[in-house]
Write a protein that binds this ligand. Structure first.
Ligand code: NAI
Length: 342
């Protein structure tokens, strides 16, 4: 055997996967909220991604500084940072293929993601208005919480301007699956790189539904309960450990970069690429839930296909039922907000 047999290559963990060395076609990525805890490392990872040719950074403060700093890294892409205001937004968004939005306030200990609604709803609405005007055809990747509500806000803003394309709007739930892979590897003593797990539902507490039973029927009882709870409330571990200094930023940047990279690869014509995402979905429309997170196959058009959920057991069916109730309320809250605060 080779000395390195069984070892993982860097590319197995890299958010870029295995890469061609040069981009198939130009790709502009915009980051709104680029100065923040997520925005900076996420922008760094996008600067390192060879599929990106232009990186545009926007924030209400400091985006130019971050951009000049990143622009000295010797990768091929150009980086530009813009000042707050309409002109900056326009320049950031025009021609963008992917718009990543981590703008907004993060949680402090004791807060739920829904507690962020009052502040973040209007931030996301305003950024969505600009995107509807300047980059209506871009893939919109919404990171700002509560994702279960901010994604419907973006859809309403786009609908009101007749530019909504459900194939291009994604709530970023990649971190839930990244966490699930890692936490399962800790239970099973395995390598986390290749656990391919479905985490369905939404992106907060009980709406996060790990569907483990089909792939891991051997994880049962208290071990399963603890694992499911850890995946649902993994974000709280970070919020508490950071002691009022924010929530997940580095792991989130990794997850966001993975999602963006998958879209870039699909856009370049690679097939068979799928990622979890919170999208407009047929899976539970009949139950009145229009947006739902599950494994989504990606293509040049954005969402190519929304896969059926894996086989679930009774325990998971109960988790799903609870999640659907919460989701329905979270989605309605976003839509109602946009209707009364257009
Ligand atoms: P942060 O406070 O460090 O950064 C937020 C940035 O947004 C700041 O630089 C701020 O100036 C900027 N900003 C605020 N209003 C803006 C506006 N109108 N336009 C442009 N930029 C604006 O927060 P952090 O830690 O980066 O988190 C950002 C968001 O991401 C939070 O809502 C957080 O809850 C969410 N999040 C989502 C996760 C997910 O899995 N989807 C995981 C972790 C956090």
């Amino acid at each position: 055997t080779l000395p390195f047999a069984g070892r993982r290559a860097f590319s197995d963990y890299s958010p870029f996967g295995r890469l061609a060395t040069s981009p198939a076609k130009p790709a502009k990525v915009a980051v709104l909220g680029a100065t923040g805890g997520i925005g900076q490392p996420l922008s760094l990872l996008m600067k390192l991604n060879p599929l990106v040719t232009d990186l545009a950074l926007y924030d209400i403060r400091g985006a130019r500084g971050v951009a000049v700093d990143l622009s000295h890294i010797n990768t091929n892409s150009t980086v530009k940072g813009y000042a707050a205001g309409e002109e900056g937004l326009k320049a950031t968004l025009q021609g963008a293929d992917i718009v990543l939005i981590p703008a907004g306030v993060p949680r402090k200990p004791g807060m739920t993601r829904d507690d962020l609604f009052n502040t973040n709803a209007s931030i996301v609405r305003d950024l969505a208005k600009a995107a509807a005007q300047y980059s209506p055809e871009a893939n919109m990747l919404i990171i700002s919480n509560p994702v279960n509500s901010t994604v419907p806000i973006v859809s309403e803003v786009f609908k009101a301007r007749n530019v909504y394309n459900p194939k291009r709007l994604f709530g970023v739930t990649t971190l839930d699956v990244v966490r699930a892979s890692r936490f399962i590897s800790e239970v099973k003593g395995t390598d986390p790189a290749h656990h391919n797990i479905t985490v369905a539902g939404g992106h907060s507490g009980l709406t996060i539904v790990p569907l483990l039973s089909e792939k891991y029927p051997e994880i049962v009882g208290e071990t399963r309960d603890a694992l499911v709870k850890r995946i649902q409330f993994g974000g709280d571990e970070v919020v508490n450990a950071k002691e009022s200094m924010g929530s997940a930023t580095l792991s989130m940047a990794y997850a966001g970069a993975r999602m963006a990279n998958s879209l870039l690869r699909a856009r370049a014509g690679e097939s068979g690429i799928s990622e979890p995402a919170f999208v407009e979905s047929p899976l539970y429309k009949a139950a009145g839930v229009d947006f739902f997170a599950s494994e989504v196959e990606l293509g040049p058009e954005g969402v190519k296909e929304i896969h059926a959920l894996p086989k679930t057991n009774e325990y998971e069916n109960e988790l799903l039922a609870t999640a659907l109730q919460d989701l329905k309320a979270n989605i309605k809250k976003g839509i109602d907000f946009t209707k009364s605060n257009p």
